[in-house]
Write a protein that binds this ligand. Structure first.
Ligand code: GLN
Ligand code: ZN
Length: 764
């Protein structure tokens, strides 16, 4: 039974990679120093994994920025315009320019697009394809890393690459004259060369990641898959062991594709879809393939439950024999922090239940020993999980009781939208096309350093608060001068929209060094939800209340929604996720109530993660929406008809989920549309979306200042699709990443456009 790993975190235990990349970008170090840091990180990773007993150790899982971008470089899939810059040693300048853009030497090249990797929080650089594009081996990285790994560890390194179907699937056609799957022949010829070259260099195993196998694939994609792997298996069967991996969901629906393909091993995700084993084992019995079981959770930070895992291993061994079973984490460990031993302040009851990448590798070793007969290790695991589960700091019976007592009526506003709208109109007396913003305003260096100083205790609470007050007062003046109708306080006191709340809630902890790569050099430290969640005290009232005393216009209370808080954290796995969501929802509900009691009449509950949390397979959407929409409604429905609930999502792809968005029953939803040119609104119109909508008319993702005319045209377009009494005018997301020089003139134009609309559009 081979033990292997799909990929290891590459940022370094002290985020050395981040620091080195940023130093290189600002010319503080040269490429040699940068490469040295990379080499050191790889060395440590390989040695650790060998020390903890892996039989196959991944290489080429390291990346200076992103492994999908590495793949683009390997395949020579580089948009032509990047060749106008000086390549740099081993393409490093082209590589970073593709990721970050290039603005030097009279050139101004835009960075390539970036998007989320399946349903994770990791972002990859989206490959871009031309019609009839040719591919060729452009980078040596995979080969040199293989050689390098061979010189460091005794076991044979297993090169990892993204498979041709997943790679094409994740990319985008530059124009609509072709389908990217049409490029399969061109790209396959390069994959064949790569595999051959790895064989020549002595590779005996190669890992090809094809996570698209877990998606609802189209016929075209399935055909491309069959075509590619029949070709690969005909050429390479018995020459190298090919391990194809699937992860993030199950492959019961696509396993039949393997009927006519001969590869050595297939990896499946048992953590995410344990039930698929029963569907898949019969298929394996008819074939000679090895089954790789993804047992250790590569996306969460909890210790493995050995008795569970052993059940799956035994079942597989009984069916296939020990030689045809491998064990591994379910996916790359990229999504978890590196070493739990670097945490010094986590309560031992909780720490005993946790496991980071290093610990997860050891767990594989443990499982192997248990299979070989070690009873102690199994007993220890059972005992420690049982003990920590008893911990008093996890459980709060009052909270559990409160969730059980949630009644249907808590999930519904007192009256339907039409009635609420009338009451709200009477109360607020806002003009048609009311204007507002999404919440944050420029987070300047000054504000960030202010928060840091306070965090480091270099500033007293009093001094800090006085300065924040100053920023708020200034912002309120600015908004009044601009003529906005509904104001915000600006979120100057917030660092991150989830962390701000998780820091204040019972049941959450934050780690000291639990960094995970989000994209490039950007790392996040997700909070850990370890126990029952409760609001301990008011979370946002001080600043919102203060802001409301400074203006007669309504100030919008600003909260993060339960689904987003949950999705951007490591979530406990000892109870249903819905249960945890309802607990968070109740905590937010309490805050909503306090805001209402304090006289705040408009409250926004941001839910940017609702869309991205969608399960990968459509058939699972219903049950996801069932709890996620319920959680949102639980958080937002406790208020009176006159209190206006807003929500915000930063997406434009709602078409297929409108029904659910509408079930959230927010009085107003603001969202991103300015870049998709309002196409989305047609869908809202066909659906007859009943409530208020603020389609973003100002694209905040670009430094450009939109003109009055272009925003007016967007409003006109929107008015054709949405009843104008329901339309709001706003930017398409928060303004925290923008500069004041961009924000003020853009908002000025936005308000002019709204005023123009009030005069001109009434009749349409
Ligand atoms: N209120 C938040 C802001 O304005 C919303 C952020 C988001 O949409 N991700 O920054
Ligand atoms: Zn947004």
């Amino acid at each position: 039974m081979l033990k292997h790993n799909l990929g290891y975190p590459r940022i370094g235990i002290r985020r050395e990679l981040k620091k080195a990349c940023e130093a290189y970008w600002s010319s503080k170090i040269d490429y040699q120093e940068l490469f040295n840091v990379g080499r050191k990180i790889r060395q440590i990773n390989w040695i650790d994994q060998e020390k903890f007993g892996l039989d196959l150790i991944p290489c080429n899982d390291f990346s200076f920025y992103d492994h999908v971008l590495d793949m683009s470089l390997l395949l020579g899939s580089i948009p032509d315009y990047f060749f106008s810059i000086p390549e740099g040693e081993e393409n490093i300048n082209i590589y970073f320019s593709m990721a970050r853009g290039f603005q030097k030497k009279g050139l101004d090249l835009k960075a390539m697009e970036m998007t989320k990797w399946f349903n994770t929080n990791y972002h990859y650089i989206v490959p871009e394809f031309k019609k009839d594009q040719k591919f060729y081996i452009h980078s040596n990285k995979i080969f040199s890393e293989f050689e390098e790994a061979k010189s460091i560890i005794k076991v044979i390194p297993k090169p990892v690459l993204i498979g041709p179907i997943t790679y094409l699937f994740l990319g985008k056609e530059k124009d609509k004259s072709f389908h990217r799957m049409d490029l399969i022949d061109n790209i396959l010829s390069v994959y064949i060369k790569i595999i051959q070259k790895l064989i020549d260099k002595g590779a005996t195993w190669i890992q090809i990641d094809e996570p698209v196998l877990v998606l609802d694939l189209s016929t075209k994609e399935k055909e491309a898959f069959l075509y590619a792997y029949q070709k690969i298996s005909n050429l390479f069967f018995n020459k190298i062991n090919i391990l194809l991996t699937s992860y993030f969901d199950g492959v019961a629906e696509t396993i039949h594709l393997f009927r006519d393909i001969s590869i050595q091993a297939l990896h499946i995700d048992i953590v995410e879809k344990p039930k698929q084993l029963d569907d898949i084992l019969p298929f394996f019995m008819d074939k000679k393939m090895i089954l790789s079981l993804g047992l250790i959770d590569g996306r969460n930070i909890w210790k493995n439950n050995y008795s569970e895992s052993i059940k799956y291993i035994k079942k597989s061994i009984d069916a296939l024999g020990e030689k045809r079973v491998m064990i591994a984490p379910n996916c790359s460990l990229l999504h978890v922090p590196i070493d739990l031993n670097e945490e010094y302040s986590i309560h031992s009851d909780i720490k005993n239940k946790m496991s980071f990448a290093k610990q997860k590798i050891c767990e594989l070793n443990d499982l192997n020993s248990i299979i070989k007969g070690s009873k102690n290790i199994l007993m220890e695991n059972i005992h420690s999980l049982e003990e920590s589960q008893k911990s008093l700091i996890i459980h709060d019976h009052k909270i559990k009781e409160r969730v059980l007592q949630v009644e249907e009526k808590y999930l519904r506003r007192k009256n339907i939208f039409n009635i609420r709208q009338k009451k709200q109109n009477n109360k607020f007396n806002l003009p048609l096309f009311p204007t507002t913003t999404i919440g944050s305003f420029p987070q300047t260096k000054k504000i960030r350093s202010l928060r840091n100083q306070y965090k480091r205790k270099e500033l007293s609470k009093k001094e800090y608060e006085k300065k924040i007050q100053y920023f708020i007062v200034d912002l309120i003046k600015k908004q009044e001068n601009l003529g906005l109708d509904v104001l915000v306080h600006g979120e100057f006191e917030r660092n991150d929209m989830v962390e701000f709340f998780s820091d204040k809630l019972k049941g959450f902890l934050s780690t000291e060094n639990g960094w995970v790569q989000s994209y490039g050099s950007r790392c996040v430290k997700p909070p850990v939800i370890y126990g029952d969640v409760k609001r301990l005290h008011e979370m946002t009232l001080d600043w919102i209340r203060f802001s409301q005393t400074k203006t007669k216009k309504p100030i919008k209370g600003m909260l993060t929604g339960p689904v987003t808080i949950l999705k951007w954290s490591f979530v406990r796995n000892d109870q249903a996720i819905s249960n945890t969501a309802y607990q968070i929802a109740l905590a937010i509900r309490d805050e909503v109530q306090s805001l209402e009691n304090a006289g705040i009449q408009i409250i926004q509950i941001d839910e940017p993660a609702i869309r991205e949390g969608l399960p990968l397979k459509k058939k699972d959407w219903i049950s996801y929406f069932d709890w996620s929409i319920k959680a949102f409604r639980l958080s937002s429905s406790g208020v009176n008809d006159e209190t206006q609930i807003h929500t915000h999502m930063c997406y434009s792809e709602f078409n297929d989920i409108l029904e659910h968005i509408s079930n959230m029953d927010a009085d107003v939803i603001t969202m991103e549309t300015s870049r998709s040119r309002m196409e989305l609104l047609k869908a809202f119109s066909e659906f007859s979306y009943p409530n208020g909508i603020g389609p973003g008319v100002y694209d905040i993702h670009s430094p450009r200042i939109p003109s009055v005319k272009e925003m007016f045209d967007l409003i006109k377009e929107a008015s054709k699709n949405i009843p104008i009494r329901n339309l709001w005018i706003n930017p398409d997301c928060g303004l925290k990443t923008r500069k004041w020089e961009e924000v003020i003139p853009s908002l000025k134009n936005m308000i002019k456009a709204a005023k123009l609309a009030r005069r001109k559009i009434i009749d349409i």
